[in-house]
Design a protein around this ligand. Structure first.
Ligand SMILES: NC(=O)C1=CN([C@@H]2O[C@H](COP(=O)(O)OP(=O)(O)OC[C@H]3O[C@@H](n4cnc5c(N)ncnc54)[C@H](OP(=O)(O)O)[C@@H]3O)[C@@H](O)[C@H]2O)[C@@H](O)CC1
Ligand SMILES: [K+]
Length: 535
């Protein structure tokens, strides 16, 4: 799914209106109806006080449509116009007139702090103050209103985007942004939803299809692409009936040091479970018994040194090498890395201490093999590319690094971003339970195992990151977030493969699992609603 820029979204709007021969008021009505339907599905007439805050642009216009539809369905609604400017948009004005004529209810004007209404913690706030037309941070009493709504404890449903958040630009004032409990966004997801600094403002995102021109959306050059199950399916390479272990490559996992041999075990096991034909672990001597006992399927080569790696040798040319996990930063290890990078013809997945060693040694950086996959977590990334002011600058720096060194960089996080040259791909599988030791080692093993099976570096990265998160989701379904450990991700790779081609229950990043599709009126229970929805 394509993530588009604000300018492209406005263009999609115009093209849709032209191609479907409708006017902008009709499109706004469609958008408002979608929001109304979503609310109606959840509330089913519950008499909760709904406060609709409308700005004076088209986002406010959407709010007026929803307000009108709610009033007409006898909900307990108060509609406010947040009157921060006289430049009311044409479609806002149309719907402002319409709500008055159709419902005989006049929206309450808010012009300063003294007009702020009391909001109960059990109420619902519908936020349509600013949409994608925000061009500076809210200030003065408008900022105070946003703070007032955030403090109310009410459930906040933002229309299109939490007010105060820029769709694809860095945050300027984090106090001037609505902290939405739910974000109902129109069709095209906004980049801000997926980045660590801005994403938390837009929890529980749901995309509402308002019939925007699909051809335009698909053909536009996106800011980034979302990788969900459907995209992941397209990368999958089926197993060959007449294949044998040699068909699926030989992985070399170079990892571990005294006290960190587990990293080698996890990465090697993951390489097997994702489908590598053969896996050899290269570890310091102290890892020999551990590997042979925990993973009898693997072959093991040991360094001559007991506790860390000093010289990496093998009597075969590995299809792919996964290197760095738990490896340490001993000078001898750095020398071993240099020699390997100089001489090896294999493809590389470079992680953890291998990345740290590269960051600290210019010579090693120069030897970084082209077409490698690098998998830094935020700390490792900072050491690699230097610090950044915001997520957008970070992504630009990563693109530059990727182009300069001709490598794929996987920026790990809640929504892991894979960057190759100028392109950004955002993964949608995964869950908070995966923030656990060894989760990264597992990913490196998966990526190495995929390269072994003939996936190219980009599809190995996109498919591997998705499968890692997908397996993590399968694990979390059974064990919950807290109890999940890295080994569970590996164990659930089998289920991830089995379910890869089953119908997705939801698009995963759209966290709407609180709301059961099969819900019917008889299921309604006030206490349960409060427990599930208001918390
Ligand atoms: N495109 C689509 O596909 C569809 C879009 N739709 C909807 O339209 C929304 C976009 O509407 P929009 O363009 O009217 O912008 P919106 O955010 O409502 O307000 C802009 C106004 O705010 C002002 N302003 C800006 N920053 C400010 C600040 N800090 N403090 C104070 N003022 C500030 C700015 O005026 P300025 O003062 O800058 O001249 C302008 O007056 C979109 O999010 C979606 O909900 C759907 O209806 C249908 C399909
Ligand atoms: K909004």
């Amino acid at each position: 799914m394509n993530i588009l820029s604000v300018d492209q979204i406005y263009k999609a709007d115009k093209i849709t209106i032209k191609n479907q021969n409708i006017d902008s008021v009709q499109l706004m009505e469609r958008a408002g109806e979608q929001v109304f339907d979503w609310i109606e599905d959840i509330l089913m007439g519950a008499p909760i006080h709904i406060h609709v805050f409308c700005g004076i642009g088209n986002n406010g216009g959407d709010g007026l449509v929803v307000g009108r539809l709610l009033i007409e369905s006898d909900y307990n609604v108060t509609v406010y116009v947040v009157n921060f400017s006289d430049k009311r948009s044409k479609d806002f004005l149309h719907n402002y007139d319409r709500i008055k004529t159709d419902t005989k209810v006049w929206p309450t004007l808010i012009k300063s702090e003294k007009d702020f209404p009391e909001i109960g913690s059990g109420d619902i706030v519908l936020d349509s103050i600013f949409g994608i037309g925000l061009n500076r941070s809210p200030e003065g009493w408008v900022k105070k209103l946003i703070e007032h709504l955030n403090k109310s404890g009410a459930l906040i449903i933002s229309i299109d985007i939490p007010s105060g958040l820029f769709a694809n630009k860095a945050l300027e004032d984090k106090d001037a942004v609505i902290k939405a409990t739910h974000t109902l966004t129109f069709q095209i997801p906004k980049l801000a939803f997926f980045l660590p600094e801005t994403g938390p403002f837009a929890s529980m995102v749901k995309t509402l299809d308002i019939g925007l021109d699909q051809k335009f959306i698909e053909e536009a050059e996106p800011l980034a692409q979302l990788i969900s199950q459907e995209e992941a399916q397209s990368f999958y390479i089926p197993r060959k009936k007449f294949g044998y272990k040699g068909t699926y490559g030989h992985a070399l996992i170079v990892a571990g040091s005294y006290g960190k041999i587990g990293a080698a075990v996890l990465a090697s096991t993951a390489a097997f479970r994702i489908g590598a034909g053969m896996v050899t672990a290269f570890v310091p001597k102290c890892g020999y018994n551990i590997l042979q006992t925990t993973l009898p399927e693997a072959m093991v080569i040991t360094d001559k040194e007991e506790e860390f790696i000093t010289e990496i040798t093998s009597d075969f040319e590995p299809t792919a090498i996964g290197i760095g996990m738990g490896m340490g930063k001993n000078q001898a290890t750095v020398q071993a890395l240099k020699k390997l990078f100089k001489n090896s013809k294999s493809q590389f997945v470079i992680d953890a201490d291998a990345l740290n060693n590269i960051s600290e040694n210019k010579d090693l950086m120069k030897l970084l093999p082209k077409k490698s996959i690098l998998t830094p977590h935020p700390g490792e990334l900072k050491r690699l590319i230097g610090s950044w002011n915001d997520d957008y600058e970070k992504l630009e720096k990563v693109k530059k690094f990727s182009k300069k060194h001709d490598v794929v960089v996987i920026v790990k996080g809640a929504y892991t971003a894979t960057v190759y040259e100028d392109k950004i791909y955002i993964n949608t599988s995964g869950n908070p339970g995966m923030g656990t030791a060894g989760s990264g080692d597992t990913l490196s093993g998966i990526l190495t195992g995929l390269l072994c099976q003939g996936y190219d570096i980009l599809s190995a990265s996109l498919f591997g990151v998705f499968m890692h998160g997908f397996a993590g989701n399968k694990a979390a379904d059974k064990m919950g977030y807290e109890a999940l450990i890295a080994g569970d991700i590996i164990e659930n790779l089998s289920e991830a493969y089995v379910e890869l081609f089953m119908d997705p229950e939801n698009d995963n990043w759209e966290d709407d699992d609180l709301f059961d599709d099969d819900w019917d009126d008889d299921d309604w229970d006030d206490d349960e609603w409060e427990d599930d929805f208001l918390k």
